[in-house]
Ligand binder design. Sequence first.
Ligand code: BEZ
Length: 238
Amino acid sequence: MDDKQEHISMPRIGDAAPEFTAVTTQGTIQFPTDYKGSWVILFSHPADFTPVCTSEFITFASMEEQFAQANCKLVGLSVDGLYSHIAWLRTIKEKIEYRGMKNVEVNFPLIEDITMNVAKTYGMIQPNEATTKAVRAVFFIDPKGIIRTIIYYPLSLGRNFDELYRVLLALQTADAFNVATPADWRPGDDVIISPAGSCGVAKDRMEGKDAAIDECKDWFFCTKKLNKDKVLDKILKK
Ligand code: BEZ
């Protein structure tokens, strides 16, 4: 078998986040044990001292407080050593301005993963893209340590941070209100009620007999209003 086609294992949605111990720019972490009770976004980037990654780190660090308000911590990773990480983060703070963001301090941990042990465990090395660099993977892990969403981007494509924040709020809203969220949902938009599980429920819904539902486009597609303040009050820390 071609080396590049070797079987790559990666965790899946619904799996417990694989455990590891790692050295980071904020000391050693036990993952996900140290993060129990919080949401965490574990993300990889290809390399320190590269432009797309720099724009991403400045953006992530600028949004760290916003994620913290939603009970979410950030953990980064690349296949670089600790001293490279430290030097890069210092350069970002001292020299780089991006879209009006400057003097940005990265306070969340950045994992050194020279051995690629963590990157390989999480399927962040995708050999047809790069054999020694992680792609831009994003794992959303819930307070119980379960992987809830996975997003991958190639090396050349910087992430959309509004979308990452939207995903976090949508996951938390689904949990808190037992609903699903439709395409492009944002807090304040209508949410989806789980599909009717019997003919009787379908009939009742179509006849407007379910008080919990505001609209049915058809028996399988029913929505209710969910006020933005109600969502944010429930999810965001005061
Ligand atoms: C970047 O972050 O700019 C980058 C890193 C690896 C490959 C291509 C771009």
